[in-house]
Design a protein around this ligand. Structure first.
Ligand code: PMV
Length: 342
């Protein structure tokens, strides 16, 4: 039996944001979130287990061609330990992972990274888990990664008491990628890694932000309203809610001392507002994750125009246009417009 598998996963961009974890163990989000999985950016990850121990019995992580230790290896090993426990496989692994976009910079590389790792590791270990189990495994490492297991529009609940007691919470696909008239114009404003990891920033926000209680209070209702509008394809109703979710998340984090914005972030946000106000692109709206890049959502027909306008904003280094994409899949597995469910 080959103990090797390669998986591809795409980042996802949240319309209603996850920020903050429930108290206690398990990495459960404190608020529900809804995202779009994006083709056009990809993580490709190969996992190979070696029955004979190599290199002193440690797992090995190669990220974009360079051997990595420290926190990224610790997090990857934690996921592999869960796979080893479930499969009974007592073997170290080598992980070889490549992103075709900047890593750890707020472009959701942890989402695509842990989704690809969860799928490749389970398959390499011979576990034939369905997508929900793979999603739950990915969530334990990075909650947003649970969503990248599926394609199109995807929801991750905050986790009501029952799932938390059972310890299981998977994301859920809502709308397959082929039927979503949206594009995402990613305005890349930096090629560097972000200054603050999301786990530390979330913890500090919960501890120190005077607005955290308001964020938790508003999150579920904002999410429910946004979800209803998204399911109806009513993007003009989604637009103000998505911007509100992003700005509330950043406002909340900023009050705890964490700012991800750069000059170019603010300029790109203003450019999106100006395009909308002038009628240059009526459908456009923005979101921002834990990094300096602005992601503009736009109807497909307006995507090229918006991308070339935003590429001219000072400080925007380049733009990438992403279409709704598929869920995590094995490299030799055909992808179509399914949402990744197995
Ligand atoms: O899954 P994490 O720990 O990388 O959290 C990232 C959360 C945001 O990207 C900032 C928002 C979201 O819902 O994706």
């Amino acid at each position: 039996m080959s103990l090797r598998a390669t998986a591809v996963a795409h980042p996802n961009i949240a319309l209603s944001k996850y920020w903050g974890k429930r108290a206690g163990a398990g990495n459960f989000p404190a608020v529900p979130s809804l995202s779009l999985t994006l083709a056009g950016l990809a993580t490709t990850t190969t996992v190979e287990f070696f029955a004979l121990q190599r290199g002193g019995g440690e797992d090995e992580l190669v990220l974009n061609g360079e051997r990595v230790q420290g926190e990224p290896l610790v997090r990857a090993t934690a996921l592999l330990d869960r796979v080893r426990a479930a499969s009974g496989l007592d073997a170290r692994a080598r992980i070889d992972t490549t992103n075709d976009f900047p890593t750890a910079s707020g472009l959701a590389s942890s989402a695509s990274g842990f989704a690809a790792l969860a799928l490749a590791a389970t398959r390499a270990a011979g576990l034939d888990w369905d997508s929900a189990r793979v999603s739950d495994l990915a969530r334990r490492s990075s909650a947003s990664a649970a969503r990248s297991v599926f394609g199109g529009l995807v929801e991750l609940e905050a986790g009501v008491l029952a799932p938390i007691e059972s310890g299981v919470l998977a994301a859920r696909p809502l709308v397959p990628p082929g039927s979503i008239d949206l594009r995402v114009v990613v305005c890349v404003t930096s090629e560097e890694a972000k200054a603050h990891g999301s786990t530390d920033a979330m913890r500090a926000t919960a501890e120190r932000s005077p607005y955290y209680a308001a964020w938790l209070g508003e999150g579920p209702c904002l999410h429910a309203t946004l979800k209803t509008a998204a399911l109806a394809g009513d993007w003009s109703a989604v637009a103000p809610l998505a911007e509100r979710s992003a700005l509330a998340m950043h406002g909340c984090a900023m009050a705890a001392g964490f700012s991800y914005f750069r000059d170019a972030t603010l300029r790109a946000m203003e450019a999106v507002r100006a395009l909308r106000a002038s009628g240059g692109a009526k459908s456009v709206f923005f979101t921002i994750d834990a990094g300096p890049h602005v992601k503009a959502f736009v109807r497909a027909a307006e995507a090229d125009r918006v991308a070339s306008e935003l590429a001219r904003v000072p400080g925007v280094l380049r733009t990438i246009v992403g279409a709704p994409g598929p869920g995590a899949h094995l490299l030799d597995e055909p992808t179509d417009s399914r949402n990744g469910e197995r």
